[in-house]
Design a protein around this ligand. Sequence first.
Ligand SMILES: [Zn+2]
Length: 276
Amino acid sequence: MRRVIINLERAITTIMRFLGILLIFIAAAVCSSFLPIIKTAGLHTIVIDAGHGGHDPGCQYGGKKEKDITLAIALKLGKIIKENLTDVNVIYTRDDDRFVELWERAHTANKNNADFFISIHVNANGKQSANGTETYTMGLHKSEDNLEVAKRENSVVLMEDDYSKRYDGFDPKSPEANIIFSMYQNVHLDQSLRFASKVEKQFKNETKRLSLGVKQAGFLVLWKTTMPSVLIETGFLSNDSERKFLCSETGQNALAQGIFDALKEYKDEVHALKKR
Ligand SMILES: [Zn+2]
């Protein structure tokens, strides 16, 4: 009887050891299946998205249009990247005054296997005193103001044919639709947030802007991107002094340089991680 118990104990110990080893193998297999994602996520192709364009002017104040400012900053940013990071491929969703539907902007990034998607916009607010920069990632808004920014940017789909079909029945006029839609989480949220905070840090410290910080809201243009993505509100066109800055060569160059410096820092970090 005692021998039977000892044998049973040995058998149980052997099974437990086997299960332990099996668990280690399973854990290793699961981890290694994630590793290639981290390892291959370098920064080789960047899509720069100049908000609005063509018959969609974006916000308008003092005779100035958002679409012209976003294009100017986008082209300046692309030029700095091409001159300084020769191993990075720059793709624009538009490089002239053209209407591009929101889904097509994300599609350009996806079909080119881009490593980052940067959408450039200009803010507006009924309160003329509102000023400063905000960098958004996809996610649930924490304030009504953030929701309003997303609603305004998303409302441009009303200019598109078939927008209801394109965006799974999304109605930009419905507050509920905007809230449900903002629940969507991008799988690359961590990287998007990391880059977003670098942009805001650059804007604050180097570009000497008032940084309103990193925020989250449901933006249609970021929705279907399959890589880290941010939407940058570079300032308020509705604010007189900020409008002057946004429309000036100096201002546009400084904003483009700020985004570039953030990108360079982010790229160095990503590539250092890859070498580990
Ligand atoms: Zn916009």
